[in-house]
Write a protein that binds this ligand. Sequence first.
Ligand code: AMP
Length: 218
Amino acid sequence: MSQGLRLVLFGPPGAGKGTQAQLLKDWLKVPHISSGDLFRHHLRQGTPLGLEAKGYMNKGELVPDSVTIDIVLDKVLSISDDEGFILDGFPRNPHQANELEKALVGNSRNVDKVVHIHVSQPELLRRLGGRLVCRGCQAPSSLGEGEDIGSKKCSQCGGELYQREDDNPEAVKRRIEIYREETEPVLGFYRERGVLVDIPGDNTVDEVNKQVISAIAP
Ligand code: AMP
């Protein structure tokens, strides 16, 4: 049996990682693991982990590695060796990248591809300002010109949409700063391993999707 792809979607907040993951997971037939969704799940359930993460998330800061690494790696290692996965939002600093590699290689094999979606800062700010997320299936969508959040439903499942608390201007600014300072250095880690592909992400969702697919096609 062939092995499923182990894919990391990499890029700044608003690059479209979640949107591309939604499209790719059905095509690749592999599970999607989003570290942000894991935290939001704990937050909704009111677990101690969710309460601890909340303060960091709402300010746009990274949740400490001592909390993050265990919950994400538990999820990644719960997937069978052959299955593959799409990982989005993790790793976000070099220490997380090292820990992910140790856990995967110790078990079987490292990630196969890291797709870096790069998007200009004005476009990131525009997208995050109008971004909505489904309360049901977590799929992202966006508010068009003149559209009202009350009348819009999730295009995937018809669920209610909401604006994330950390999509406010202050938190967005901080999240982009953190991406530049702490997350971008991870690109060098994966470039050295020969698994990194760069994709321009300012285009439409379909255009970006075509480029991602051609980058990961065998
Ligand atoms: P995201 O949905 O990927 O934008 O993540 C939302 C928030 O969850 C981030 O701003 C962080 O506060 C937290 N978070 C998600 N992934 C990580 C990670 N790998 N390391 C630390 N914090 C994270």
